[in-house]
Design a protein around this ligand. Structure first.
Ligand SMILES: [Zn+2]
Length: 151
């Protein structure tokens, strides 16, 4: 299945086709399909010449609905929102894409890979899943510490 991503985070609306293997999206809900789109939209997974990897701030049209990539996953977007969003510059778009994240909050997330046992910490502005640095499995944080971001 080809899903087309509009590169609005770093690009200027160029299109990047992302080829997600049909067998992998069989029976998945929309958000899970979009996670696959994110995964296969990375240049180290599926390189596309002259295109950035899919990034926070990019927009996808999937089954007639618009979604914007946010720091913690994809969120629905209305056509009117997209129209306003397209008129913003790069900085404005990134700010918009991250708008649901309280700016003063950051987290140290603690992860342990269920496959290989690797433990790691990562600082992020939400309690996001991360990928194991060794085996690339997606892992939920087992705990998170809220910290104050530097002013
Ligand atoms: Zn691992």
């Amino acid at each position: 299945m080809i899903v087309v991503v509009r590169m609005l985070a770093f690009g200027d609306g160029e299109l990047r086709p992302v080829n997600v293997p049909d067998a992998e999206v069989d029976g998945l809900d929309t958000m899970s399909v979009l996670e696959k789109v994110w995964h296969y939209g990375q240049n180290d997974i599926q390189p596309v010449e002259d295109r950035y990897s899919v990034s926070v701030g990019d927009v996808v049209l999937y089954r007639g609905e618009l979604f914007i990539a946010r720091p913690c996953g994809w969120a629905l977007m209305t056509p009117a929102e997209l129209e306003r969003y397209e008129k913003l510059d790069h900085t404005g778009r990134l700010r918009h894409a991250r708008q649901d994240t309280p700016e003063h909050k950051r987290y140290i997330n603690h992860y342990r890979c269920s496959e290989c046992g690797t433990s790691w910490d990562d600082e992020w502005d939400c309690t996001c899943n991360d990928r194991c640095p060794k085996c690339n499995v997606e892992i939920e944080p087992h705990s998170s510490d809220e910290i104050e971001a530097p002013a």
